[in-house]
Design a protein around this ligand. Structure first.
Ligand code: NDP
Length: 451
């Protein structure tokens, strides 16, 4: 039995359903790095994998808050501090009813390698709560964030652990969390990133993940000698922070984006998505995308109940490039088959692990360029680190400066991933390239730092 198979067998022992996504992420990494493990026995001798798959600590706490009817509400809060070999723990907070320890372990584990790929001094973490901001008043969101930070502040700090946003946590939530952190600690320090610009945020943080995905894709298409994106039909899923900025950048470079989606359904607008309208519906009115077709009657709205069996409406639309930007496991094998049949050339993951392992295998076997999340969506955390640097030096970088550094970082990651894949005999496989390059840097640091 190979080292990789041995490890997977060992780690899966005692698996429970909650941990399924974590094991899915872990297995992918272990299979990818098999050539590295076989070629250099230091990683086995120093027990790197055994140490890497267990978080340094998992903090779990009760969050009690009063709703607008003065009723007491109780949620669970988490922070999974996974690995700080390369720098302070860093990773977003997710507020969504589906949040549990397993999901945060999967996201935290991915974050270690993603942060490593950026070449910046940041470790990996993730956190959040099963609190659902949807349908809550601003005041309720503020009270929840305040209560959440009452506990979380004990474990974070600009050189310890620096959380940011994720699903359900945007500028509004980060503002409330930061305000409470400041109040409790009497300290104005960059203990959170994703802050609004006027009190310490970096320009371009909201755009960074989405724009970075497009920069990565441009670079990948160039390396793989495919046609560029301008004038091409693109499909995007999601209508949140990542999706909106992927659409924005794609439109800016002349691509035609014909879809977006939310948790209720999908919009297909063959004339091109009206981004201003989607922003109005999702960011200002905070309503379902169903209202899109009231303004654009030529567009089609498909509710989730009418999606293809085992599939997602977005991926049945013919496109040159696809961008899954909503959530994990939203692009299935059935979807991959539709994309291939419709001539799709590239798939870039904006969301974390949106494609199932079967979908990835199928896409790769049909030579579809595939950009995995941990490389393609690393632009968000890179600009978060730029925010940490600006906070530490009390300085402000211009929009152009941040954009240039973001573009440079995404191109660097793409080239490094492509080169690593080539060096390890899997040319064109960006999944293996990203896993090997990300793992190697963290592992080497862990060896150098001792146990
Ligand atoms: P948002 O909360 O801003 O948006 C999430 C979007 O996905 C919404 O449109 C939401 O629909 C939709 N969605 C959520 N769950 C489902 C579901 N089960 N089925 C279909 N649609 C769903 O989150 P972000 O845009 O910030 O994050 C999206 C993804 O990108 C996540 O995987 C996140 O981890 C990842 N990511 C985010 C980064 C960032 O900088 N924000 C950085 C790196 C990765 P609805 O409006 O109905 O809720």
């Amino acid at each position: 039995m190979s080292i990789a198979e041995n490890k997977i067998k060992k780690f899966e022992h005692g698996n429970c359903a909650e941990n399924n996504v974590f094991y899915q992420a872990m297995e992918e990494v272990i299979y990818s790095i098999a050539p590295l493990l076989e070629s250099d026995d230091r990683y086995t001798r120093f027990g790197i994998l055994d140490r890497l798959v267990v978080p340094d600590r998992i903090i779990k706490f009760k969050v009690t808050w009063l709703d607008d009817n003065n009723q007491i509400q109780v949620n669970t809060g988490y922070r999974v501090q996974f690995n700080n070999a390369l720098g302070p723990y860093k990773g977003g907070l997710r507020f969504h009813p589906s949040v549990n320890e397993g999901i945060l372990k999967f996201l935290g584990f991915e974050q270690i390698l993603k942060n490593s790929l950026t070449g910046l001094p940041i470790g990996g973490a993730k956190g959040g709560s099963d609190f659902d901001p949807k349908g809550k008043s601003d005041f309720e969101v503020m009270k929840f964030c305040t209560a959440f930070m009452t506990e979380l502040h004990k474990y974070i700090g600009s050189r310890i652990d620096v959380p940011a946003g994720d699903i359900g946590v945007g500028g509004r939530e980060i503002g409330y969390l930061f305000g409470e952190y400041k109040k409790i600690t009497s300290s104005y320090e960059g203990a959170l990133t994703g802050k609004p610009y006027f009190f310490g945020g970096s320009l371009m943080r909201p755009e960074a993940t989405g724009y970075g995905v497009v920069y990565f894709t441009q670079s990948m298409l160039e390396i793989e000698q495919k046609e560029p994106l301008d004038g091409k039909i693109c499909t995007v899923s999601g209508a949140g922070n990542v999706a909106l900025h992927v659409i924005e950048k794609l439109q800016e470079i002349g691509a035609i984006v014909v879809t977006c989606s939310d948790s209720h359904g999908t919009v297909y607008d063959p004339r091109g998505i009206d981004l201003a309208l989607v922003k109005e519906l999702k960011l200002n009115k905070r309503v379902s995308l169903e209202e899109y077709v009231q303004t654009h009657t030529e567009a089609k709205y498909t509710p989730v109940a009418e999606y293809p069996q085992d599939g997602h409406m977005v991926w049945s639309v013919p496109c040159y490039a696809a961008f899954p930007c909503a959530t994990q496991n939203e692009l299935s094998e059935v979807d991959a088959q539709s994309l291939i049949e419709n001539g799709c050339v590239s798939v870039s993951e904006g969301a974390n692990m949106p494609s199932t392992p079967e979908a990835i295998a199928l896409l790769q076997s049909h030579k579809v360029c595939f950009a995995p999340a941990k490389a393609a969506n690393a632009g968000g955390v890179a600009v978060s680190e730029f925010e940490m640097s600006q906070n530490a030096s009390m300085s402000r970088w211009s929009y152009e400066q941040v954009d240039a550094k973001l573009k440079e970082t995404m191109q660097m990651i793409c080239k490094r991933v492509a080169l690593t894949a080539k060096d390890y005999g899997v040319e064109g496989n960006y999944v293996d390239g990203a896993n090997i390059a990300g793992f190697k840097k963290v592992a080497d640091a862990m060896i150098a730092e001792g146990i």
